[in-house]
Design a protein around this ligand. Structure first.
Ligand SMILES: [Zn+2]
Length: 407
């Protein structure tokens, strides 16, 4: 598979053109097109001929027509040798804009979908949008659905169904690898009311300062999404250890991105997340995003910004079968095999957003980012689930996306 084969590459804005752009005709205010010039010269010639005017003028007109004709020919061949009956009626930009329609289907996506999906960002600035009917997100009981692989702090603990099933898969594989069955879900989905109580109780017992550092304001907690879980380590004999002191914590950290989870509030990103170091708080974002976040060293806020560099009118982020994270011109997406493509589609100013999805996709997921657009994850064939390395250009873009945390 060669993603950079120019011969097979469909034309696009950044695809190389045969002719330098300045030789191409572009419509300007009131300026005639080459075809119009040609028609004018023909009709003028015919008209003059009929009137039987001075032969000198006829010769002059003929020469003029010949000069214009040659100019038109040069313009035409400059575009790659098209004949005058297919001279461009529109400019080349409009022509290239049509290209994605040939390689993509368009998914009509409602404005409210920007607040739904596994990649919504919820933080101190961006609230979770509860459904308008006053309910919360769809959640499932942890206790009832974990096959005994997880402990629960409360029988009412619940999580987004996909998040829960991935967490259970992780717990099962972790036990197989380490022999330990020790994770307890300490806190999972929280309603707005839950968050009000938690904030109040923390501030009453541990002080306002502590509450501000570790507890999000009601409405701004990631726990509202149902995709965040605070995990504790509690053994069957009832003994427990702070999770970061647990002997296999590193094994857990190494494994968990493959199941779509990130450590949401790392110590070195406090300035950005505005939440203290929380070695226990994990957020489901899906694969391969968790692995991309891990390998690029970005926190989730930074990742959401980083993805805006990859759009359908430019390049897509591309996880190749070899596990290397690269970017490739969006015009080449139809050439990839066994890969994942990730790109951002800005939300339309009004009405639905037409989200392009390559026709060769074998699966796709459109998630809102909770503010201004959609993150599209396209799988083709059997892609790598994790990133082994990041190429230089992508690493540089990621580096440029690092936030200082200043406001
Ligand atoms: Zn938490």
């Amino acid at each position: 598979m060669n993603g950079n084969n120019d011969k097979n590459r469909p034309l696009a804005e950044n695809a190389p053109r045969e002719a330098p752009r300045e030789t191409q005709w572009r419509p300007q205010d009131g300026a005639p097109s080459p075809k119009q010039l040609l028609d004018q010269s023909h009709s003028r010639f015919r008209k003059r001929k009929k009137e039987g005017v001075n032969p000198g003028i006829v010769i002059f007109i003929l020469v003029l027509a010949a000069v214009i004709g040659v100019s038109v020919f040069v313009l035409a061949t400059g575009r790659g040798g098209v004949s005058d009956d297919v001279l461009p009626e529109t400019n080349t930009v409009a022509e290239t804009e049509e290209v994605p329609q040939e390689i993509c289907d368009y998914i009509e996506t409602e404005p409210s979908a920007v607040h739904r999906g596994s990649l919504i960002l919820v933080n101190h600035e961006v609230a979770y949008e509860f459904p308008e009917d006053g309910t919360g997100p769809e959640v499932a009981s942890v206790y009832d659905n974990c096959n005994g692989l997880l402990k629960v702090a409360s029988m009412s603990d619940s999580l987004d169904p996909v998040t829960l099933s991935r967490l259970v898969s992780f717990a099962s594989d972790f036990e197989e690898r380490t022999g330990d069955r020790c994770f307890m879900v300490n806190s999972a989905y929280r309603t707005y009311g839950d968050q009000v109580s938690i904030y109040r109780s923390y501030s009453e017992t541990l002080g306002e300062e502590y509450a501000r550092t570790y507890v999000a304001n009601p409405g701004f907690s990631e726990h509202h999404t149902g995709m965040a879980a605070d995990l504790a380590v509690v053994f069957d004999d009832g003994s427990s250890v702070p999770i970061e002191e647990y002997g296999n914590y590193n094994v857990m950290r190494e494994m968990i991105p493959s199941y779509g989870f990130i450590l949401r509030y790392p110590e070195d990103k406090i300035a950005v997340t505005k939440i203290g170091n929380e070695p226990w708080h994990f957020r489901y974002v899906g694969t391969p995003h968790a692995s991309v976040i891990e390998k690029t060293g970005l926190c989730f806020e930074e990742y959401v910004g980083f993805l805006k560099n990859y759009t359908a009118d430019g390049s897509a982020l591309y996880l190749a079968p070899d596990g290397v994270l690269r970017s490739l011109p969006f015009a080449d997406v139809s050439l990839v095999r066994d890969s994942t493509l990730i790109y951002f589609v800005p939300k339309a100013n009004e009405g639905n957003t037409s989200v392009p999805v390559p026709k060769n996709a074998t699966g796709y997921q459109i998630s809102g980012n909770n503010t201004d657009g959609f993150i599209v994850t396209v799988t083709v064939g059997n892609p790598a689930e994790t990133v082994t390395s990041v190429d230089e250009a992508v690493a540089q873009t990621a580096h440029d996306s690092v936030l200082t945390g200043e406001e």
